[in-house]
Ligand binder design. Structure first.
Ligand code: FUL
Length: 514
């Protein structure tokens, strides 16, 4: 095999080289898309400096597209589905994986009917078992007798999702028990230049270009796996890198080659948001699907390891982005960055399917919706396929009921088509006649950042503007539930605190039908 005639691409030159070979040109680092995606802070910054910088931070186009998804789904599926474990061991017999009734159209249909716009499959969980026939591991569907070793979950998953109009995400666990057992993960190997893809014996690929990237043995394994997933399964919209180590002993540390992994993802999947050990999307900090009341998308961060974005405050700090938080984070912060929150939670107790668990109620899911989507976050709800390879019937029904309930919670925006007058920091709506309202939905135009720090919503009652609710941050989506319906013709949003000029794109008024 000779590769020398072919084009080699390092992370730094990926833009030009890929353009030459006809693959869409993209910039490797996120900040190259929009230099305002993060702004450096300095130890001398005053509170006013920090607030000014935070007000200047803007999302990238890919972050805006991701935020608009609102409801996304997780599908935890793998050997654990059959062993009953939540964290596998890496030495499972691949034969345990027998989803004899696998039907990814059933997954996609149920998710679409549930109002979901994207789903993320655990292509590889911490055990290292891979759901497509990878050239780089024997711990995969290809080693199972399921479909005589010709099984693949990722391909029908991606095809079905696209057919049903959903976007495709992949969960590729950095921790890998199987590679640890094989002496690849955390083997102490040096970080050196690696050629990606690394062709294997009998390889039928002839890539137009190769990447030269710095990596350890395991880092190169991850790069080769990413290369397969990102080149052979169509456009990928989210790449999810988890932070957990699984059962690998904590002293076995593999320092992940984040810079190289990110550069490869950016080049091969330019539209993919990299979450949550990634620069585009932040883990909200709990696995209950719950955002903070005032959730900021502009947060103080530090840069760790090889270019990994990390929290400057604790990942679960109760306040992640207020003025106080910006000041408190200054000793550890390198930047203020657009790093919006994703709220992950499972419909059942476990992430993987267990026959003895039941899906959450519609009330619980609706509460989670209001406390995630309603608080400037994206919901990532896990629905685990069962041992047949199907979403359980009870969960499918629950998803549909959940969507119908959200539709009834926010049925018709009474303010749509109404007379609206705007002044700086103020929006007044005249509904033409008195209407009952019990839900208010607000949004800022996040192309101009996140600016609102406090606001009140008022109704014109008995000749006077009367406060009906108040809150802090808005961002891409803030939904407020009024304790009781209020009947009024004229409604007003009054911003009482902001970092810079405010642009409200939504002041929706609803009367729920629940
Ligand atoms: C965690 C993992 O350890 C869990 O198994 C699950 O995948 C969850 C979404 O992320 O960190």
């Amino acid at each position: 095999m000779t590769v020398s005639r072919r084009l080699f691409v390092s992370a730094a030159t990926a833009v030009t080289a890929l353009a030459v070979t006809g693959i869409p040109a993209v910039a490797a680092p996120t900040e190259a898309d929009d230099p305002r995606y993060r702004i450096p802070v300095s130890p001398d910054d005053t509170e006013a400096d920090l607030v000014r910088k935070a007000s200047q931070v803007r999302p990238t186009a890919r972050q805006i597209a991701w935020q608009q998804l609102e409801r996304t789904a997780f599908l935890h599926f793998g050997v654990n589905t059959f062993t009953g474990l939540e964290w596998g061991t890496g030495d499972e017999d691949p034969d345990v994986f027998q989803p004899t009734g696998l039907d990814t159209d059933q997954w996609a249909g149920a998710l679409r009917d549930g109002g979901f716009k994207l789903a993320i499959l655990t292509v590889k969980h911490h055990d290292g078992f891979v759901l497509h026939p990878s050239r780089y591991t024997d711990h995969s569907v290809a080693s199972s007798s399921w479909r005589d070793g010709h099984g693949d979950v990722l391909r029908p998953f991606a095809d079905s999702l696209r057919r049903y109009g959903l976007k495709v995400g992949v969960y590729i666990s950095p921790a890998d028990e199987n590679q640890y057992l094989h002496g690849v993960y955390a083997n102490g190997s040096a970080r050196t230049e690696r050629t990606i893809p690394t062709l294997v014996e009998g390889d039928d690929r002839s890539p137009d270009c190769y990447f030269t990237l710095e990596a350890t043995d395991y880092g190169a394994h991850m790069l080769n796996h990413l290369y397969e997933v990102l080149t052979e399964y169509g456009p990928i919209d989210e790449v999810w890198f988890d932070g957990a180590q699984g059962r690998i002993p904590p002293d076995k540390v593999e320092k992940y080659d984040w810079d190289s992994w990110y550069a490869l993802v950016r080049s091969l999947a330019p539209d993919a948001a990299i979450a949550v050990s990634g620069p585009d999307v932040r883990w909200v900090g709990n696995e209950g699907g719950l955002a903070r009341e005032d959730e900021w998308s502009v947060v103080p961060v530090q840069e760790k390891d090889y270019g990994r974005t990390d929290y400057a405050l604790a990942y679960d700090a109760p306040d992640m982005g207020s003025r106080d938080a910006l000041v408190a984070a200054l000793p550890t912060a390198d930047y203020v960055q657009w790093w919006p929150a994703e709220c992950d939670v499972s419909i059942r107790d476990g992430w993987f399917y267990h026959a003895d668990q039941q899906p959450k109620t519609v009330e619980q899911l609706t509460d989670i919706y209001f406390r995630s989507v309603g608080r400037n976050s994206v919901l990532l709800l896990n629905i685990p396929p069962d041992t047949d390879g199907l979403l359980p019937a009870a969960d499918v029904v629950r998803l549909r009921e959940f969507r119908e309930r959200v539709d009834r919670e926010l049925p018709e925006d009474l303010a749509r088509g109404a007379r609206v007058t705007s002044a700086p920091g103020r929006v007044t709506v005249d509904l033409g006649r008195e209407r009952e309202v019990d839900r208010v939905r607000l949004a800022e135009d996040i192309r101009h950042g996140q600016q609102v720090e406090s606001f009140v919503v008022e109704a014109h009652l008995d000749g006077a503007w009367t406060e009906v609710t108040r809150a802090g941050a808005v961002g891409a989506s803030r939904i407020l539930l009024l304790p009781a319906p209020v009947r009024a013709r004229r409604w007003r949003l009054r911003v009482t605190g902001a970092r810079s000029a405010v642009r409200i794109t939504e002041f929706g008024l609803y009367r729920s039908r629940v």
